[in-house]
Design a protein around this ligand. Structure first.
Ligand code: ADP
Length: 406
């Protein structure tokens, strides 16, 4: 052995091991177990000083690290133990002269500095992979929960629809029978109430089912030729009766040639536009205006639904497309579909977004902000791919497209 630090440490090895073990543990039983371990560490430290290779101690540190518990608590670190070894070493060492002190301190400190950094690096990466494992486990649990929640909602909505259909059927029969006896019975308003209520309940259940279909990627579109004006005019005609209660100007400005058609799922596209138009109606006070217009862009059509209503705050313009988000007061929920600020379950835009994305289109809104006094209004843009040919095999077969699926 040539290195003076290595020579000095070899002479002190037994004494160092004993003192360190005592510092680390009080019980003699534990001390006996530690002696061999600490002895081997000093052996490696001596070799590291002799060869000038600081990572000579790495295999020992690896063994210690692998024996540590795999949790993320502050106790599961080797750093205090290595610091204790270092502290004990400097207590035991005595130097004959400055040169010996300088040589030993320089050689030994380099090894300890490396050891502490090495432990830190390995413990950090082990902590990171432990956190990643924990995160993945948590994510899997959440996904599982989300799945069971979705299937619960789907089953519940489906089960509720059966008795609801019965109530709807019997109340329709009752209405018809009573009206046959007397054209205007005093029970008519009650029956109308039941019919409206059940119709609204059915809409909510359908919305819940649509959301679960969208969430689980189970939505199937039935692509057919769509003549946009027909689709929008049909939808407005359906709303006419309900709109009698509101003083609103609803204007449709056709922007496609009436003969022009494209491929989309007409029912779903109508549902998207209906949801957006119903919101425009709901959030615009009487005396206001709702305009449906748009433009043809390369490969897309942009259907714009503009209103002169209360507007939407800038920070809400993204979140309103997420589940159960209402920017207004929840206490204002009402069953009125077109009533001013009539609120709903907060699913209309989520469904619109899911349905338009299933068409590979997008939806977004623009508004200068929310203000019930000045009514800055909002514009919703529904971007629908302008498909001139059927996009899938089935519709290509049905509608006989010569170019085949795209
Ligand atoms: P809801 O059932 O609450 O109408 P939606 O998903 O249809 O749910 O809409 C979400 C929220 O977005 C609404 O509660 C409303 O606050 C806001 N919103 C949607 N459309 C408009 C609009 N045209 N003007 C103002 N606010 C709107």
């Amino acid at each position: 052995m040539l290195n003076p630090a290595a020579i000095q440490l070899s002479q002190l090895k037994k004494q160092l091991t004993k003192r360190t073990v005592k510092e680390l543990a009080e019980s003699s039983h534990v001390q006996a177990g530690l002696e061999d371990m600490i002895g081997r560490f000093y052996e490696s430290l001596i070799q590291a000083c002799e060869t000038g290779t600081v990572n000579w101690v790495d295999p020992i540190l690896d063994t210690w690290l692998s024996a540590m518990p795999r949790d993320l608590s502050a106790e599961s670190t080797l750093l205090p133990m290595v610091s204790t070894i270092k502290r004990t070493l400097w207590r035991v060492c005595e130097f004959d002269d400055e040169e010996q002190a300088f040589n030993t301190i320089q050689a030994v400190e380099a090894v300890f500095e490396h050891s502490l950094m090495y432990i830190n690096k390995l413990e950090t990466s082990s902590m990171l992979s432990q956190s990643e494992r924990n995160f993945n486990e948590f994510k899997a649990t959440m996904l599982e929960l989300d799945k069971s929640k979705a299937s619960f909602v789907a089953v519940a909505a489906h089960e509720l629809k059966t008795p609801l259909t019965l109530v709807q059927g019997y109340s329709n029969m009752l209405t018809n029978e009573l009206l046959e006896v007397e054209s205007k019975t005093k029970y008519e308003p009650y029956l109308r109430g039941i019919n409206n209520g059940t119709a609204r309940l059915k809409e909510i259940l359908d919305a819940m089912l649509d959301v679960t279909l969208i969430d689980n990627g189970l939505l199937e579109l039935s692509y057919q030729p769509v003549w946009l004006s027909q689709l929008i005019e049909g939808m407005l005609a359906e709303l006419e009766e309900q709109l009698e209660t509101r003083e609103l100007d609803i204007v449709y400005e056709p922007f496609l040639d009436p003969k022009e058609f494209f491929y989309a799922d007409p029912e779903r596209l109508q549902q998207i536009i209906r949801n957006v138009v119903l919101n425009a109606i709901k959030y615009t006070p009487d005396g206001g205006k709702v305009t449906i217009n748009g433009r043809k862009l390369p490969g897309f059509i942009d259907i714009a639904v503009e209103d002169t209503g209360i507007g939407i705050a800038l920070d809400k313009q993204q979140t309103i497309f997420e589940k159960f988000i209402q920017t207004g007061d929840v206490a204002r929920h009402s069953s009125g579909k077109v009533k001013f600020k009539g609120g709903g379950p907060g699913l209309g835009l989520v469904i619109a977004k899911g349905l338009i994305e299933a068409h590979e289109g997008t939806i977004w809104c623009q508004s200068d902000g929310y203000d019930e006094e000045t009514c800055p209004g909002s514009v919703f843009h529904i971007m629908v791919p302008f498909r001139e040919t059927p996009p899938d095999e089935l519709s290509a077969q049905i509608f006989g497209d010569s170019t085949g699926p795209k």
